[in-house]
Every structure is written in C-alpha cells, then in structure tokens.
Design a protein around this ligand. Structure first.
Ligand SMILES: *Cc1c(COP(=O)(O)O)cnc(C)c1O
Length: 411
C-alpha cells in the first residue's frame, strides 16, 4: 500500500474530516502553521460584516448595551473556559498574552508580598517563549521581580522557598515538549509558590484541566489554535479562590466595578472582569468568538486525538521516505504538543523552498523546521503531500537557490 492509499483510508475514517469545509483554505496549500496563525473560519467574514454594518453602522453607541458589546470579554472568556478546565467566571478574553502575563505576574507578586512578606523570585526556563521572559525582566527593572531561569530538567531543584511564582509554558513553542502541569503545580504549591501557565500552544489543540491541577493563573493565545485572526485578543484565567484578593496593576476603567460611575477612586470589579484594562476590542472579539465557537463545537478531546494521529502519520511518512532530519520533539506523541520540530542546518532555506511549493510551515532560529498540526482542518493526505515535497526539496537541493536564503522579518 502506498502512503497515499493509507492517507486516503485515514481521511475516509476521520470523524473530523467534515470540519475542513468550515474553514477557508487556499487551493494547493498545505497549511502546517496553524500553531502560529490559525486558519480563517468560513463564518468569520459574515460575523465581522454584521457587527461592522449593523451593530456599529446602525446601532452606533447604543450597541454597547443593545448588542452586548460591554460583556463581550466575559462572554468569550466563558466560552474558552471549558476548553481549559476552568469555570466560566474564571476566564476573560482581553489584551495580549504579553500584557496578561504582566498583570498576572504582578498580581502574584502582590499576593506573595501580603502572604509571605516579600518573595520576589519568578522561576521559568531559559528558552521559554521570549515575551514570557521579557515580561519578567520588565518587572525586574521596576524592582518588583527577580528572574530565575532553570533548564527544564532542573526546575524542581530550583523551586525553593524564595520562589513567588513558577511561570511555564505548557507546550514549548520550539520543540513541542510538554510540562507535567499537575506535578509541577503541586511541587510549586508545596513550597508556597504560585503557578502561572502559558497555554498559548495548548488551547484548542490539547486537553488542559486548570482546576484539576490546581493552577492559580493562566493565559493563552487567541490567534493560534483558536483561529481568532491575526492579533486576536488573548485570555486570562484566575482561579476562583484568588479572585476576591486579586490586585492587578493596570487599573484601567474597564476593570472598575462600575466604569460608568466615572468615580475618581479605582475600585476593582469583584470578578474576573478586573483583568480588563481599557475598552474591549469589539471587532477583534467578534472574530475570536467565531473561532472559539467552532473549536468548542469540534471538541478538544477529538482535536487532540486527531492531532496525535496526524503527527504520527507525518513521522511515518518521514521514515518511509528515509529523510535525514533529526527529530527535536519528543518521539512519543503523549509527550508533545500539536507540532513536530525537525532539525537541519539549512532549515531556513528549506522552509522557504517548501513555502514556494505551497507547504507552509515555519522556521525557528537557528536550525528548526516547525510543522504544526491544526487538527480542525488538516487531512492525512496533507501529511503525505508535505513530506513528499520536503523529500523533493532535500533531494534536488532546491533550497540552495539564493532567493530562499533572504531572511524575512517574520519567520
Ligand atoms: C504566541 C505566544 C505568545 C504571544 O504573545 P502575544 O503577546 O499575544 O503576542 C506568548 N507566549 C507564548 C508561549 C506563545 O506561544
């Protein structure tokens, strides 16, 4: 049986196959970058047009009340909640992951100041997504935080009673390696540290159960597996038990208990709404809501099972064609996120050559080819096509062409 035959059988048996037509995907493209920017749901343009033309164009300012704009961050947050094992009242869609990290780290530090008299160490790993580490450094510059980075196999050793907050990314953006959320959350709590999980590469692709693991805080991305569109709002999670004492530093009016009282005194909203800062981005939330509804309809368990099957089949194809690439991601699909990272010293040029052939993956410095398996819209047939093109590019040296080594701004 050829790889194509196997792919045909797998696609025919795939319970999620029918969801592909709910996305707009250009002809002739194999899109393996849904972990960076999710594809466009077919329902998004009409939803955007309705909000723009009717709610904005005709409703004007009345739509803040009449079209539910004011509650939009909470409403979309509540829909994200079941995808991450949270209660609806614990999640809000707002700002970016970066801004949410800042608010949540600062809030954790303030809780620690009151509870333990001043732990300031934020523990993370070197090579975490850069923005996560930069946000620690910004708070360090203000004299509020102390950065401590320990390689992932040394995290437990580095977790001592100086640590205020353990802040890790569940699925590593470069390698796809997963942290054991349950074990690490427990270990952190045992030394009196709080835990903040970055779920950017998990939400919408992997099962996550924040309340089962006892997480304190989390944030994650709206434009990756949730298909919310470029620059979509992120989300923030705060465990119910912390909401009454939460104090986040960006005390903007949308986090106020009564924004329209226009009081001179800041008084935080009692619930998760406090995480908001300024006015909700209604148009961006409209697109995000369509993506979240669609991902919720498909269901995270099914998405995760298919993502594993896709990546296993991709590796089977790589093996069958004998490609000389090192696997950087864990070989066991239980231990990785919805991606495969392969190493080659010419990864950048190979990636560009593949994109020229319609196979869109991405490159991560210095030598990683990254393929994401957004399970909502990919077919097993796409795996064979991608690996055949990859094989061809490697074999005929296509990647050596000058144009493929010109570095673009966004890789
Ligand atoms: C994509 C990603 C982000 C994105 O942060 P933004 O501020 O929303 O751009 C943050 N952290 C991780 C781990 C990511 O993968």
């Amino acid at each position: 049986m050829t790889l194509e035959d196997t792919a045909c059988e797998l696609d025919a048996a795939d319970p999620l196959a029918r969801f592909r037509e709910r996305f707009v995907l250009p002809e002739g493209v194999v899109y393996l970058d849904g972990n960076s920017l999710g594809a466009l749901p077919r329902a998004t343009p009409a939803a955007m047009a309705r909000v723009v033309e009717r709610e904005w164009g005709e409703g004007l300012i009345r739509s803040w009340n009449e079209a539910g704009w004011f509650e939009m961050g909470s409403r979309v947050g509540a829909k994200i909640a079941p995808l991450i094992g949270a209660q609806p009242s614990e999640v809000i869609a707002c700002d970016t992951v970066s801004a949410n990290l800042f608010k949540l780290i600062a809030a954790a530090l303030e809780m620690q100041r009151e509870a333990t008299g001043g732990r300031t160490v934020i523990l993370s790993e070197p090579g975490n997504f850069p923005t996560d580490i930069y946000m620690i450094q910004g708070l360090e510059r203000q004299g509020l935080a102390t950065q401590r980075l320990a390689p992932r196999e040394r995290i437990l050793e580095a977790l001592d009673e100086d640590v205020a907050l353990l802040m890790l990314t569940h699925a590593h953006y470069k390698t796809g390696e997963l942290f054991d959320m349950s074990a690490l959350t427990k270990a952190a709590h045992e030394v009196g540290a709080l835990v903040l999980w970055d779920l950017s590469h998990s939400t919408g692709a992997l099962p996550v159960d924040l309340n089962a693991v006892g997480a304190d805080f989390a944030t994650g991305c709206g434009y990756k597996y949730l298909c919310g569109g470029p620059g979509a709002p992120a989300f923030a999670f705060v465990a119910e038990r912390h909401l009454p004492d939460l104090k986040q530093p960006l005390t903007g009016w949308f986090g106020h208990a009564r924004p329209f009282a226009f009081s001179d005194e800041y008084e935080a909203a009692p619930g998760i709404e406090q995480l908001q800062c300024g006015t909700s981005p209604v148009l961006a939330l409209t697109a995000l809501e369509v993506g979240v509804d669609l991902i919720a309809e498909i269901g995270v368990e099914r998405l995760s099972a298919k993502s594993r099957a896709l990546s296993e089949f991709f590796l089977e194809c790589v093996g069958a064609l004998g490609l000389a690439l090192d696997l950087v991601s864990p070989a066991n699909s239980d231990a990785r996120g919805s991606q495969l990272s392969l190493r080659h010293k010419e990864a950048y040029a190979i990636c560009q050559a593949l994109i020229a052939r319609g196979v869109i993956g991405d490159f991560r410095d210095p030598d990683i080819l990254r393929f994401g398996f957004a399970p909502a819209y990919l077919r097993f047939g796409d795996m064979v096509s991608a690996v055949r093109e990859l094989s061809d590019v490697l074999e005929n040296g296509d990647w050596r062409r000058d144009e493929f080594s010109q570095r673009l701004t966004v890789t």
